[in-house]
Design a protein around this ligand. Structure first.
Ligand SMILES: Cc1cc2nc3c(=O)[nH]c(=O)nc-3n(C[C@H](O)[C@H](O)[C@H](O)COP(=O)(O)OP(=O)(O)OC[C@H]3O[C@@H](n4cnc5c(N)ncnc54)[C@H](O)[C@@H]3O)c2cc1C
Length: 586
């Protein structure tokens, strides 16, 4: 049991009751009910907020918090993926979270967090979603004070000594958390610097529509978010419920300035010019007025101080093209709750815990920024960003020209979204390659193809430890680190390292993988998991953890990237679920 100390009125004070604050608070109270946790929120909920389209990792966090059922009961649309027009082609294509055949269209709602629903996400109306989460944190025992704005941060050096409310009251605690989103009250007060290692300088305009048609409905309430490229920018189309839809325009700030148009004008013109979205909104009405914000990606240079932390958007923001904001926020909030729980227990090294939290948050935001850069470059309208790929690669210690760096961004350079797994923004490596193939119109290259020897390369690597989060505790696992690249010895990466230690030739490695996976998996699941391990080998080769070679007269690896994969494939506009848009409109 963690003992709360009585010399400060609160153990933890969280500024901001959005998803970052409520998730941290709820998980702290779930695992340590004795901690005194206060959440200070300047608004009275429900309050409106942009950022509605989620990724599946959030569902696991909601389940751990104990409120997936509450969110499901709100009857938000089930997000099974997204449909894009992007890249050189105007044909829509889908990015699926799960194979379409796994969806159970007849399953009644509210459902349980099991089976295919584990791989889905929600499209949420934030006023309702954020209130469910904040109320849940209160139910678990957090003291929540709404309409309570932190006006001033009192500090001595890098140590926060109290938070001054608008009433003049000063609140003191042992740990302070800034979960104030873009406001970043504590971050600004503590003078934390921010960096923007990207050329993206976008603005967003959005509004909410009543009775826009859904592009498609699969079973009871399942659908895809639609992203439509306009050339100079893009539109999002996110159904939030049976009648309410969020539609937004994102474009470079310079483009907006050059047009000299008012937000209302540029927004409505964009919708009218996009035939698919204009058809879906033909009989719909708008909330108005058009909301707008700059959505300039940034990342802080540190996420913690002597007795304070940054979480969620106060620590960094990656362009919304990947819909990753809430995922970064809520998975980061979970990491923070676990970090504070371990600091309280005092069993693990304090510096290791703090640096671990910091490194993870900064790396994830940077990785998503990099991937967003790649995504925009691939649209073919942002040549300067394509050139910037070299600079991005250099930051990771690689000397590559623009074309190679562009390829590396998509193919390699994928750190771990979760320790021991590789991928980014919900996509696995094969998915990224399929997407790249679509963007470029040429076959995606696999570094491991045509090779049959694979040797673990630990030159200049240092041994360190990585954390694994289970039931409120951080367990340690070994990990190699070289520059900014890490190789955790757990999960699929751990399995591949074991296979490389057992054998250096392709046949031996595959044999080892099959044998190990067969110990825990049913025979029909082994081939898929072997394929994931091969994808991991590819990322390890791209990050120089593996040196590939060729031995004569031995079979070589030949991984293919089918044009139509289960995760990325051409959108089926004739599927029974899709709303028919006449050919001239689509
Ligand atoms: C245009 C745009 C589109 C986006 N689209 C998506 C998307 O599709 N999917 C996605 O996942 N993310 C998206 N995001 C990102 C998403 O909105 C954020 O990641 C998310 O809201 C961050 O949560 P948070 O809890 O850190 O901050 P917030 O949700 O902003 O919550 C912060 C809270 O702190 C309170 N607060 C602020 N200052 C104080 C103070 N001084 N005292 C007390 N309380 C205070 C605020 O009232 C607020 O309730 C988008 C963002 C933008 C700008």
């Amino acid at each position: 049991m963690i003992r709360s100390q009585d010399n400060a009125p609160y153990d933890v004070v969280i500024i901001g009751g959005g998803p970052g604050g409520s998730t941290t608070g709820a998980l702290l109270k779930k695992y340590a009910p004795e901690l005194r946790v206060l959440i200070l929120e300047k608004e009275r909920f429900p309050r409106e907020h942009v950022g509605e389209s989620q990724l599946p990792p959030i569902s696991a966090v909601l389940q751990e918090m104990g409120c997936w059922d509450k969110v499901e009961a709100a009857n938000f649309p089930i997000k099974i993926g997204a449909t894009y027009t992007w890249g050189d082609t105007t044909d829509p294509w889908d990015f699926e979270f799960l194979p379409i055949g796994d969806i159970k269209p007849d399953e009644a709602r509210p459902a349980k967090y099991e089976g295919w629903r584990v791989q889905t996400a929600f499209q949420v109306e934030r006023s309702i979603y954020d209130k469910i989460l904040l109320d849940h944190a209160a139910e678990l025992g957090c003291e929540v004070r709404e309409e309570t704005r932190v006006a001033k941060v009192h500090a001595e050096g890098d140590r926060v000594t109290g938070l001054e409310l608008e009433t003049g009251e000063v609140v003191a605690a042992r740990h302070y958390i800034d979960a104030t989103g873009a406001v970043a009250t504590l971050r600004r007060a503590m003078g934390v610097k921010i960096d923007a290692p990207t050329l993206l300088r976008n603005v967003a305009f959005w509004d909410y529509w009543e009775n826009a048609e859904w592009a498609e409905e699969i079973g009871v309430g399942a659908t895809r978010v639609h992203i439509r490229s306009l050339g100079y920018g893009w539109l999002w189309f996110i159904p939030l419920g049976p009648t309410r839809t969020s539609i937004g325009l994102v474009c470079p700030a310079d483009h907006y300035k050059q047009t000299g148009k008012r937000p209302e004008e540029i927004y409505l013109e964009a919708i009218q010019s996009e035939r698919f979205v204009s058809a879906l909104t033909a009989s719909a009405t708008r909330d108005g007025p058009v909301r707008s914000t700059t959505d300039w990606s940034f990342v802080v240079d540190r996420t913690y101080g002597e007795n304070w932390f940054l979480v969620g958007e106060s620590a960094g923001f990656a362009d919304p093209i990947l819909a990753a904001g809430l995922t970064l926020t809520q998975t980061g909030a979970r990491e923070l709750a676990y970090t504070i729980l371990e600091l309280e227990r005092g069993e693990l090294d304090r510096d290791w815990l703090l640096e671990r939290y910091d490194e993870l948050q900064l790396r994830r935001v940077r990785q998503h920024m990099r991937f967003a850069d790649y995504w925009y470059s691939a649209n073919g309208y942002f040549d300067d960003i394509r050139e910037n790929c070299s600079a991005i690669a250099k930051e990771s210690g690689l000397k590559l020209d623009a074309a190679d760096a562009f390829r590396w961004l998509a193919q390699g350079g994928l750190g771990d979204d979760a320790p021991g797994q590789v991928g980014v923004g919900g996509m696995d490596v094969a998915g990224v390659k399929q997407m790249m193939q679509r963007f470029s119109g040429s076959d995606a290259k696999w570094t491991i193809n045509g090779k049959n020897t694979f040797k673990l390369n630990l030159v200049s690597a240092k041994e360190t430890t990585i954390g694994k989060l289970v039931d409120g505790r951080i367990h340690t696992a070994p990990c190699y680190v070289r520059g900014k690249s890490r190789l955790p010895l757990l999960g699929v990466q751990g399995l591949v390292v074991e296979a490389l230690r057992a054998s250096s030739d392709a046949e031996g490695i595959l044999e080892h993988l099959r044998a190990e996976l067969s110990k825990t998996l049913a025979p029909e699941h082994v081939p898929v998991s072997v394929h994931h391990a091969i994808q991991t080998l590819e990322v390890m080769a791209n990050d120089y953890w593996v040196i590939c070679g060729v031995k004569k007269n031995k079979p070589v690896l030949n991984v293919t990237t089918p044009e139509e994969g289960s995760q990325i494939h051409t959108h089926d506009a004739n599927s029974p679920s899709a709303r028919r848009i006449p050919a001239t409109e689509a």
